[in-house]
Design a protein around this ligand. Structure first.
Ligand code: DGJ
Length: 548
């Protein structure tokens, strides 16, 4: 009996001290309030999305615009999404269906999305299709469309109205804000414990068409008033770190700090675009800020990318594009980042622009086309992206054959290592006929990564699939390489010879590396390189050594 009592005392004392230890080093539960919510964690120039208290990489798919408007239609879509190995579904919330009668809200579609996502173990990013969707106001409720007096439209320079609600309409702002607050309140009520919804996109591809700015009377008034002090202050206090495009426009009039838009920035389409960017941004800020006050999830806006040679208005002017991003930042500080939508081939070019000024990269839309698998790997490895997502993901008829599912499996398996890795130990590659080889320096090592169609025994063709991968450097001359279509050879900077000590193909099971095949002989060209063939998707762990 005494022994039992002693045991109980011992357990009690041990658990008392371990609780004290946990509180001291990890923080008491009280200190952790709000910590568990999805949020962004800044890491130098990058950011991680933290979900369930762990770094989370979105291997996502965005639904086509009308797909989520019917729960019944969605029934046949869920199994498809599962086969694609997504961990996140990106889906619209339609204002017109959420508030069909002013002031009466219906969140049935949102509830269906959440319950089915939970059943399938998906997270959700919700897209608020509010006042603007691809410039237009097609998703505003009928009661808004029909009341032009209360909800005025933009006008072009000849006075013609467009089906675009003007950002100068206070009524529109109030209505959008009210509906968005209801949405966030609803999410807080039903999801703040389980946290299926991890981010919110506010509006969709905002931008002015068919001219660079709105010419309605409210817009003209604002255009002739002084540039708001908040923008001038932002420009002045960030003068040394402004992006070059806006700095140039401001410099052209001698960095003026007061006057109308044309006084400060000159008379040009660039000025018209900056003007609209400010007012679009200010409108979105009100909505995002109000939504975050209710339920603080990460929020962002997405942009339709402009094509070379097109003028603002020929492309959706004043969306959150790189050349006006500083204005968006000043106008909408509640937004966490700005995202590119890719229907444009220049993947590296735009990602380079979108990652300036430490803007975290999230690619909510990429045309669902061959090569998205390689681009997803590259975006996560090279740009440390928060996530990637082809658009209209459900459009495939053969989900089990889509290469993106293999790339997603690799990213998900590597996600623990990616989450832990110091950004400089993480790289990504994207290879093609045009860029068939890249070199990566790490410590004393130089890695030359080449497309397998460069090998002497490769098929002779000009039809090279895009290939790509993620490389994570570990201590002690080791690397994980995950991807498709990569051949890597190794040299040292110091001049020693570099040999392959061993390569294992393997998998992560519950975060633990489980080696499978030892990749030697023909598989590593008798110790000359690491290779993952085209159409093969795998993870290999390599250990190097040096000899004289
Ligand atoms: C970009 C938009 O953001 C999407 O909602 C969709 O309209 C695609 N373009 C094209 O289908």
């Amino acid at each position: 009996m005494n022994r039992v009592r002693q045991r109980i005392q011992y357990i009690f004392i041990a658990s008392f001290f371990s609780t004290i230890f946990l509180f001291a080093f990890i923080g008491s539960p009280a200190q952790k309030v709000g910590y568990g919510k999805p949020h962004l964690l800044k890491r130098g120039n990058y950011a991680q999305l933290i979900v369930d208290n762990k770094p989370f990489i979105i291997t996502g798919g965005e639904l086509g615009n009308s797909t989520a408007s019917s729960a019944r239609f969605m029934e046949s879509i869920w199994p498809k999404l599962k086969k694609l190995n997504l961990n996140t579904v990106i889906a619209p919330v339609y204002w017109e269906l959420t508030e069909p009668v002013e002031g009466k809200f219906d969140f049935q579609l949102v509830d269906d999305l959440i319950s089915n996502s939970r059943k399938n173990n998906f997270k959700l990013v919700l897209l608020w299709f509010g006042t603007w969707k691809n410039s237009m106001s097609c998703y505003v409720p009928e009661w808004m469309k029909m009341d032009q007096q209360r909800f005025p439209r933009t006008q072009n320079s000849t006075g013609k109205t467009e089906e675009i609600i003007t950002p100068f309409s206070l009524n529109a702002l109030q209505s959008d804000k009210k509906a968005f607050i209801q949405l966030m309140r609803h999410l807080k009520e039903i999801d703040s414990k389980q946290q299926t919804v991890v981010m919110i996109q506010v509006e969709n591809e905002i931008g002015m068409l068919p001219e660079a700015r709105d010419y309605s009377s409210a817009a003209n008034d604002a255009f002739n008033r002084p540039v708001p002090a908040a923008l001038i202050n932002y420009l002045a206090s960030n003068k040394n770190s402004l992006l070059p495009e806006i700095k140039q426009v401001w410099e052209s009039k001698g960095f003026k700090t007061s006057g109308s838009w044309e006084d400060v920035f000159g008379k040009s389409l660039a000025t018209d675009e900056l003007f609209m960017a400010w007012y679009f941004g200010a409108f979105v800020e009100e909505i995002a800020k109000a939504g975050k006050n209710v339920y603080d999830l990460p929020m962002y806006v997405n942009a339709a990318l402009n094509r070379a040679g097109r003028k603002p208005g020929e492309y959706p002017s004043a969306g959150p594009l790189p050349h006006v991003m500083d204005v968006w930042k000043a106008a909408a500080p509640s937004l966490d980042f700005f995202s590119p939508d890719f229907y444009n081939p220049d993947f590296k070019y735009w990602n380079d622009l979108y990652t300036r000024s430490s803007n975290p990269l999230f690619i909510p839309e990429h045309k669902f086309e061959p090569g998205v698998d390689a681009k997803a790997l590259y975006a996560i490895g090279h740009y440390k992206a928060i996530g990637f997502s082809p658009f209209s993901i459900e459009s495939t008829n053969q989900p089990e054959k889509e290469p993106i599912r293999n790339a997603y499996q690799i990213i998900q398996q590597l996600s623990g290592e990616i989450g832990k890795a110091n950004p400089q130990n993480l790289e990504g590659v994207l290879l093609s006929l045009e860029q068939d080889s890249v070199t990566i320096n790490h410590g004393d090592y130089v890695l030359t990564v080449t497309h397998p169609y460069n090998l002497s025994w490769a098929p002779k063709t000009n039809d090279w699939p895009l290939t790509g991968g993620i490389i994570i450097a570990l201590p002690n001359d080791e690397f994980y390489v995950g991807g498709t279509g990569l051949v890597i050879s190794f040299k040292s900077i110091s001049g020693s010879q570099v040999g392959i000590l061993k390569i294992d193909e393997g998998k992560f099971v519950n975060g633990i590396w489980r080696p499978g095949r030892r990749m030697n002989g023909d598989q590593d060209h008798q110790g000359r390189h690491l290779r993952i063939d085209v159409n093969d998707y795998s993870i290999q762990r390599i250990k190097l050594y040096q000899y004289k």
